[in-house]
Ligand binder design. Sequence first.
Ligand code: FES
Ligand SMILES: [Fe+2]
Length: 331
Amino acid sequence: MPPDLGLNDPLLLNQWFALAWTSSLPENKLQPVRVLGRDLVLWRTSDAVHAWKDLCVHRGAKLSLGRICRREGGECIICPYHGWEYNFAGECVRIPAHPDQAPPSRAHVDRFVVQEKYGLVWVCLGKPVGDIPSFPEASMPGFRLIPTGPYEFHAQGPRIIENILDLAHLPIAHAGLLGDPANAEIGEYTVTTTAEGIVARDIPLWQPDPDGTGRSAKVHYTFWVERPFTTRLTKNHPTQHFSILVAVTPVDAENSVAWVLIAMDYAHDVPEEELRQFQDKVTAQDIRIVNSQRPELLPLDLQSELHLRSDQIAIAYRRWLKHLGLQYGIS
Ligand code: FES
Ligand SMILES: [Fe+2]
């Protein structure tokens, strides 16, 4: 990995990353967030969300410690140190120590593109190479959307995503919840890599209680990976559909958060909190293991580590990351 630890990886600078729940960002709040080792401040005006570098160009104070002020012409952020005022376009419009002087033209804040989708605030630090990751079930009739997380990992995106794509761990690491150690065999499946990414369809797996009714059944998983640090999966069994979108945000060189959205078209009577607790329990089992993996950086050389037939998705993912030229979180 280059000396910047991959934090300037162009592939990642041009991706969308989830940084906050929309619901956690009311007007009048300055929310500090961190992505790829950069400090940002998110804030909302009546018609838009803004993502700025969390730094005042005067003496480098954090703008997120300041406050929002309503002025004629729109809202401003006021720096907590010397009170410079930045309008919603990021331009400094007032310097209290020199009220009659026009602020220097260089006095503006760096801004980033931002969008809200699926109840999340997404930011791209560079020029977005595509849309926000797709999650079709989020807008399908009959599905409800359950936000879970964000889950904190002391690990990088590649190990975290590979954990989601790993079927053989379900009956073991999540025994009793997502699989049965006595029925842990993974059957044949195929993985396809296209220009959009990776897809592995209809992988059968025996589960002790796939739909919460207490009855064991065979389910079929399908996985898509269309962004380096995002994956979605569906788990279908005859009439019920369960989907998850996992979007991993690299916080810095060593830490990540995973934003997990669940969409399901059944069990609408089960309280959201109960579903969230189940996901918390499953993810806690994963965090413990993923944080322990060494090397921390995912080896893209397939001669490293051992790969079996059941690891085909992981093999495809490592090959794909290599093809994309990812620099962060890999070796
Ligand atoms: S550091 Fe912000 S106004 Fe001086
Ligand atoms: Fe897991």
